[in-house]
Design a protein around this ligand. Structure first.
Ligand SMILES: [Zn+2]
Length: 436
């Protein structure tokens, strides 16, 4: 027998690769943070001598979820601006409020709050676009998750950076600092084409190409944004980004609620990734991303919650359900938005969009042991006919009870291993009464 750190057996194992497969009574062996075997429980128990074993016959074992777009610290602003369309929400509520509270302590506490919620609902990798990314990196490393940190590039001076040039300097320093850290991936985070000058956009594109660094940006979030680009520039932002060479497999275009057939072809041909944030788009009445058409054109579509200020939840299972319902509704076809496709979007396609699918997103030998278990005896899930549908249409986020990143238990029996929830709640309430 071979020694390994951990052997988890479960009633159902969903490896995601290969797609749409639910393996009954299977197990995953983990050693030194990596997956070393996936196979029938009887075989793995005979082959591996595990230091720790978890036997979960009533559970689904699957890859940890990848939340491909968010603004973690904004969980502290959850509920602060409600029932407003995007432009009003940003200009009248969120930006003035952020200007008042923005400092490293706000970012630290908000990121901790977001991480607690994401871990307890099964997210092991998240993408963040926010100020003080060095603080987000520190908290992420302390709490044990994996993250892409898209450092913010915006033409206005802000407490973190005086200018785009200053932000590039700080962010690229982090890019070099974390080059060999497999849990922190630094990306460029240009907020949106409409908050950057043409000169800045060209400079960002140049750095992306030279350094082979991922880029995440909000793109075609609303009809008003597209109309303004057409009247000011005579072309849409997608067309403009194509012209200046931004469309590529390095680009993660978030939202994309407005997209013509011609633009869809540009996105597909260039290998640009799309991040779908259905709750945020619905809540701000921004429209919806044509996921079914994009996937039919072979575009990789990931899922994101966006910030808690426009969601207000950070449960990616919930987002997968909304994505499925929205696809069915907009297509007028109950056969689209299949549950196994939604699970792939929430895992492997998220990892692909972030450029880290060699590391995470599926249960394959050699990948990091980023795993979660979901208790299928939970109300809202029980009984299980199809485990994919149970996850997407049941309330799986509330039934996640074990979470591992790199083989380390971050949630055990439904509880966080590195954070005390009661103490966190006290700090959040104290912050709100003093700062917000
Ligand atoms: Zn966003």
């Amino acid at each position: 027998m071979q020694a390994c750190d951990l052997l988890i057996s479960a009633g159902w194992v969903l490896p995601v690769a290969p797609a749409n497969v639910a393996l009954e009574n299977h197990a995953v062996a983990v050693d030194d943070g990596r997956i070393v075997a996936v196979g029938p429980t009887v075989d793995l128990e005979a082959a591996w001598d595990a230091r720790t074993s978890l036997n979960l016959p009533q559970h689904i074992l699957m890859p940890g979820l990848v939340n491909a777009h968010g603004h973690a610290a904004m969980s502290l602003l959850r509920g602060a601006g409600e029932d407003q369309p995007l432009a009003q929400w940003l200009n009248d509520t969120i930006w003035p409020l952020e200007a008042r509270v923005m400092n490293p302590e706000y970012v630290r506490l908000g990121t901790e709050l977001t991480i607690a919620e994401m871990l307890l609902t099964g997210t092991t990798t998240f993408s963040d676009m926010y100020f003080y990314p060095e603080v987000v990196a520190e908290v992420t490393l302390q709490q044990g998750l994996r993250a892409q940190l898209a450092f913010p590039l915006i033409q206005f001076a802000n407490p973190w950076s005086e200018s785009v040039e200053d932000a590039l300097h700080k962010g690229l320093e982090m890019f070099h600092q974390f080059r060999h850290e497999d849990r922190i991936h630094i990306a460029l985070g240009p907020h949106a084409p409409y908050t950057l000058t043409d000169e800045d956009m060209e400079r960002i594109g140049m750095y992306a190409a030279e350094l082979d660094i991922m880029v995440q940006t909000h793109l075609h979030e609303t009809a008003a944004e597209v109309a303004e680009a057409l009247s000011n520039h005579g072309k849409s932002w997608i067309r403009h980004l194509s012209d200046i060479g931004w469309l590529s497999p390095q680009l993660q275009a978030v939202h994309m609620t407005q997209i013509s057939a011609e633009e869809m072809a540009l996105v597909a041909e260039s290998g640009t990734h799309v991040v779908h944030c259905p709750a945020s788009n619905l809540k701000l009445a921004s429209g919806y991303c044509p996921v079914t058409e994009l996937q039919a054109a072979d575009v990789c579509v990931a899922l994101g919650t966006d910030g808690a200020a426009s969601n207000n939840r950070l449960d990616l299972f919930d987002e997968a359900r909304l994505a499925a319902l929205l696809a069915k509704h907009t297509q007028g076809d109950a056969a689209v938005g299949k549950a196994d496709h939604m699970i792939r979007m929430a895992t492997l396609d998220g990892a692909r969009a972030l450029g880290i699918d060699h590391l995470t997103g599926s249960l394959e030998v050699g990948k990091a042991a980023d795993l979660i278990t979901v208790d299928t005896t939970a109300l809202g899930i029980l009984p299980v006919y199809n485990p994919f549908a149970a996850l997407v249409h049941g309330n799986a986020g509330t039934a996640v009870d074990n979470v591992f990143v790199n083989g380390e238990a971050l949630v055990e029996d439904g509880g966080l291993t590195r954070m005390h929830l009661g103490e966190l709640a006290d700090r959040v309430q104290a912050w709100q009464s003093q700062s917000a």
